[in-house]
Design a protein around this ligand. Structure first.
Ligand code: APR
Length: 231
């Protein structure tokens, strides 16, 4: 039985109007990671961090899934085998396209987390400094996203899926952030075939069996049709 594990990055949401991080004019050219995407940055200036994530949360709420998100949801539904979607993205466009059981290894903009008691709840559109936790009421609410220096979520589950993968695909990611950038090696050690679908070759492109270049809304639907036609 074919078991496909798909890792997505910011590039799959680019054509839905959401910025990537390391492309020309990307988020990391407009903001310093240490100021908006680290626990130290949040402790130093929580207002700046909330402003950064509030703007992204509002933008993500207006975004619509594109043909690449829709093709992956179709693959998950129509493929006679298991298709697991792991995303580094904090938007919910895979779910909006109908994907099920998406593993958000970097959390989601839609979630709030209490830095004091660990309680999670749906984030309000805009989070304020001192936002109270809905459980312990401590003024310690933060975006439920994984910052640099923090452990990504669901890693054991992800490695279990990679251990059983027969096909691994990385879509729209620059392959510069670990542990996601090493998933291709995990999959290969399980004997999986590997393919990268990206606008430009990622830094790990040479590790993949196959690299398909182009915008995700063109390459992903074509790739999915090919898989479904060979079911
Ligand atoms: N179609 C396909 N790929 C695209 C498109 C597109 N329309 N537009 C951009 N890309 C590709 C770029 O070529 C690049 O390789 O998407 C990739 C985006 O890379 P990054 O901006 O580095 O985003 P990502 O790989 O998801 O970053 C990983 O880094 O900062 C952290 O937590 C953040 O989850 C993020 C992680």
């Amino acid at each position: 039985m074919e078991k496909i594990v798909i890792l997505t990055g910011a590039g799959i949401s680019a054509e839905s109007g959401l910025g990537t991080f390391r492309d020309e004019g990307g988020l990391w050219s407009q903001h310093r990671i240490e100021d908006v995407a680290t626990p130290e940055g949040f402790a130093r200036n929580p207002a700046l961090v909330h402003e950064f994530y509030n703007a992204r949360r509002i933008q993500a709420a207006k975004a619509r899934p594109n043909a690449a998100h829709e093709a992956l949801a179709r693959l998950q539904k129509d493929f006679h085998g298991k298709v697991t979607l792991v995303t580094q993205n904090v938007d919910s466009l895979h779910e909006a396209a109908g994907a099920q059981g998406v593993i958000h290894m970097h959390g989601t903009l839609a979630g709030a987390l209490c830095a004091s008691c660990g309680h999670r709840w749906p984030a309000p559109p805009e989070m304020m400094v001192g936002e109270p936790c809905t459980a312990c009421t401590a003024p310690a609410a933060r975006p439920d996203v994984v910052w640099f220096g923090e452990m990504p979520y669901f890693m054991d589950e992800i490695y279990d899926h990679l251990a059983e993968a027969t096909l691994f695909a990385a879509i729209g990611t620059s392959g510069q952030v670990y542990p996601a950038a090493a998933f291709v090696y995990e999959a290969q050690s399980s004997g999986a075939r590997t393919v990268e679908l990206n606008l430009d070759p990622s830094s790990g492109a040479s590790s993949f069996d196959n690299v398909i270049l182009g915008p995700a809304t063109e390459t992903v639907p074509r790739w999915v049709e090919g898989l479904l036609s060979r079911r």
